[in-house]
Ligand binder design. Structure first.
Ligand code: PLP
Length: 367
């Protein structure tokens, strides 16, 4: 082991805890021997209606894929700027909001410095902090998964560089009220409000960004706009931070297909927000039906997924049993989320299928 280049690998990297990404539907389809379009994918909070049809036809006709994208993101930022109703000096786009999380941590965190997260939450904050040799300080959410502002403030030390709040939170679907966000902004520390699921909830801190020098909002086209596979997200930053991020980002990280897709998605906003409205309606129906599954306790959600406590049986077995039927969900079993599954909101027929499957699994669990 020490004779090769392995000895040059950072010790913390060789022990690194990977991000647990969702499974690819083509892999599962091949395993089950069924067509990919029969997989019901409710494990990664994507838009089951897909992208706008305008995106498909624009990509088909686009003539310049052999040319590098505009590293200044000129057209992209103009479009996003109109959508968020803020000047483009506030905005930077990235290869998914994942890239912006990574860039922010590289910008703000040196080895040994601290990043506060409010767990259970999205694991990329931990992942990117550790890549930078930073220390993750986990503040546990309350029993109802609400953010404990007092505990966050108590966790601040001279080494704290950043606080993350996910709103609505993944995987709990719970929302942090604006007064709590304002209280945290007043600490003066950089505060990231990750609004990946904003369109499903409607509450935003975007209009507050120009009022403070330390507030950052992250958003994505992956969820509401159905562009998860094209990888494009954006952040709304204080202009000084945006300027530095434009300097340190890889020049062409948002590819041309993604830029064209954003342009067309923003033009076809009414259609996309129509699919969001259908998912919000379906969220209500899914929640009601999950309440009827006797071994699940669903948590009310403002996002496009519902977390459920599994009160009888094992969450991992339920995930496996569903997977055998081509239905993908995500399970959690850790000290903060002992025995939970998270189900993305799909189309009505997806709800019907998963509820039927869950009831059948229930017969097995109840013996
Ligand atoms: C809270 C949260 N932030 C960010 C992301 C990443 O989004 P993107 O696809 O834009 O990288 C996700 C994806 O699941 C998420 O749940």
């Amino acid at each position: 082991m020490t004779d090769g280049i392995e000895k040059y690998i950072r010790i913390d990297m060789s022990r690194f805890g990977a991000y647990s990404a969702c499974k690819s539907p083509d892999v599962i389809a091949r395993k089950l021997g069924i067509p990919e379009d029969e997989i019901i994918k409710l494990d990664a909070n994507e838009n089951p209606y897909g992208c706008s049809p305008k995106v498909r036809s624009a990509l088909e006709k686009y003539p310049y894929f052999h040319i590098y994208p505009d590293s200044a993101q000129t057209e992209l930022l103009e479009g996003i700027s109109k959508y968020v109703r803020l000047g483009k000096e506030y905005i930077v786009a990235g290869n998914g909001s994942d890239e912006l999380i990574d860039l922010l941590l590289r910008l703000l965190v040196s080895p040994g410095e601290e990043v506060i997260t409010t767990v259970p939450t999205f694991d990329m904050y931990r992942f990117c902090t550790q890549v930078c040799c930073g220390k993750v300080v986990e503040v546990i959410r309350r029993k109802d998964f609400g953010v404990d502002v007092r505990a966050i403030k108590a966790a601040i030390t001279p080494k704290t560089r950043l606080i993350f709040i996910t709103n609505p939170n993944n995987p709990t679907g719970t929302v942090t009220p604006e007064k709590d966000i304002l209280e945290l902004v007043e600490t003066g520390l950089p505060l990231v409000v990750d609004e990946a699921y904003y369109e499903f909830c409607g509450q935003t801190a975007a209009s507050l960004v120009p009022k403070f020098t330390n507030l950052i909002v992250l958003r994505t086209f992956s969820k509401w706009a159905g562009l998860a596979g094209l990888r494009v997200g954006y952040g709304i930053f204080p202009p000084d931070i945006a300027q530095i991020l434009m300097k340190i980002k890889p020049p062409y990280s948002v590819n041309l297909a993604a830029s064209v897709a954003v342009r067309e998605s923003l033009k076809d906003r009414a259609y996309l927000l129509g699919t969001v409205a259908k998912m919000k309606e379906e969220r209500i129906r899914l929640f009601e039906m999950l309440k009827g599954v006797d071994y699940l306790k669903p948590v009310p959600s403002q996002a496009n997924f519902i977390l459920c406590e599994v009160v009888k049986g094992k969450a991992s077995d339920i995930q496996d049993d569903l997977e055998k039927q081509g239905i993908l969900v995500r399970h959690y079993n850790n000290p903060l989320l002992k025995n939970y599954i998270r189900i993305s909101v799909g189309k009505p027929q997806h709800t019907d299928r998963i509820i039927k499957a869950l009831k059948e699994i229930g017969e097995k669990i109840n013996g």
